[in-house]
Design a binder for this molecule. Structure first.
Ligand code: ZN
Ligand code: ZN
Length: 427
């Protein structure tokens, strides 16, 4: 395809012009590398190793791959094709947070699906066709500031609500990156944690997501007609839950009612919500006190509390891509490389950069993932080849939405983005 030849050339140029800026990951020569080329016949070229960064850069300049990955794992022989003979030495903890895997309301505006079975189409996040219930869906997932912000907040929560307070992990050992598309990943480089098995990693992830949490172990119990909740003093999940309840109770009555009746989250019945509002201040006193935990005044039905707490845990838990975190042979995007579905750079970030970082309109040049903004104003002509293309807001300017056959004139970086997305062709 002509567009892909063009993109490959641009990617090669990027690697040539930025060869000094591509970061060196730690223990570089022990990592396995993988590449997805532009040629769609080939899925992925794996089991490659590079002795030096220069060798990798040479490879990138010569091939301009569509996607570039390296392993979280360390091996004595990373290029050996047989997993058994690679001599596995350990694996960094990798936590991937990608809006592809969880609901955000803005998807109703910009994610499009089309059922290959019955032809129905619509917007939003669906797993199955709501019409024929089959899952043969073609999806066009888009980027937007809102969902990228949600993903960023999840990463911040992960670091400051879990990894530091509950696991005592040194922030210096965390490497964070914007993925170049719809998420972030965090890598923990720690010698002790590298030895953890998949099962042990799953336990950490279950803790972080709140999966399989036991309210009884945390202290919830029914004694006679009384319900006893969590005491504020206990650190970990019970403290997080108490704080979240406190945060909710401090909202206005209307806000509380809207939140707790939301069908997608709490979905609580009127009685519970009414009681909670009636006893709001008393309950707040109990929650805020160090030695009171009798929650009976709101409701004495344990099942309703389970439902309420379940939704609270959902709010607190982190939206992690679980298979990525427990698989010790996964590859993740190499920092400084380009994401072939957007043309954006995989941007490494310090934890301190996170708060202000805005991937689609970044003000600090060295952190800007949009690398194809041309210095001279160049306009490119493209034709849209997809029936519906959502609007794209990059660097404060909105382009589209577009329809099939639209002929458009747009700046270079938007052209690269639309070509990478495969929704347009050069004319
Ligand atoms: Zn269908
Ligand atoms: Zn969005």
């Amino acid at each position: 395809m002509k567009s892909f030849e063009y993109l490959k050339r641009r990617f090669k140029e990027y690697y040539k012009d930025n060869k000094e800026k591509i970061p060196l990951v730690s223990l570089f020569d022990q990592r396995e590398f993988g590449f997805i080329p532009w040629d769609q016949q080939i899925r992925m070229i794996r089991h490659m190793g590079f002795a030096t960064r220069d060798n990798l850069i040479k490879h990138l300049i010569n091939n301009g791959p569509r996607h570039v990955y390296s392993s979280g794992s360390l091996y004595l022989n990373p290029e050996n094709k047989d997993m058994k003979n690679k001599s596995y030495l350990g694996c960094d903890i990798i936590i991937d947070i990608d809006v592809d895997h969880f609901y955000t309301p803005c998807k109703e505006d910009h994610d499009i699906w089309y059922c290959k079975e019955c032809g129905k189409n619509g917007k939003g996040m669906v797993e199955k066709c709501p019409n024929c219930k089959k899952s043969k869906l073609k999806k066009l997932n888009w980027i937007c500031e809102k969902c990228l912000n949600v993903a960023k907040k999840e990463i911040i929560k992960l670091i400051y609500d879990f990894l530091i307070p509950d696991f005592n992990i040194d922030i210096e050992k965390m490497k964070i990156a914007f993925s170049g598309h719809r998420g972030y990943h965090l890598k923990i480089e720690d010698n002790d944690l590298r030895t953890l098995s998949s099962d042990e990693r799953r336990e950490i992830i279950d803790y972080i997501t709140g999966e399989g949490i036991s309210y009884e172990i945390l202290g919830l119990r029914k004694m006679g007609d009384n319900i006893f909740g969590f005491s504020r003093e206990t650190i970990g999940w019970s403290q997080k839950i108490n704080r979240k309840i406190e945060e909710i109770l401090k909202k206005t009555n209307i806000e509380i009612e809207t939140l707790l009746s939301d069908k997608r989250t709490f979905n609580l019945n009127k009685n519970f919500i009414e009681n909670l509002l009636n006893y709001k201040n008393n309950f707040l006193n109990i929650i805020e006190s160090d030695n009171m935990n009798n929650w009976t005044l709101v409701n004495s039905n344990l099942n309703t509390w389970y439902k309420f707490l379940g939704a609270i845990v959902e709010e607190i838990g982190i939206e992690v891509d679980v298979p990525v975190a427990i698989d010790i042979h996964r590859l993740i995007r190499y920092p400084g490389s380009l994401h072939g579905k957007t043309g954006f750079k995989v941007q490494e970030l310090n934890p301190n950069d996170l708060d202000d970082f805005n991937p689609l309109d970044e003000q600090t040049e060295k952190l800007d993932p949009i690398v194809f903004v041309s210095k001279v104003q160049t306009i490119q002509k493209l034709e849209i080849i997809e029936s519906d293309v959502p609007a794209t807001k990059i660097k404060g300017e909105t382009f589209g939405p577009y329809k099939l056959g639209d002929k458009i004139e747009i700046p270079h970086h938007i052209a690269v983005f639309l070509l990478c997305k495969g929704v347009a062709k050069s004319i």
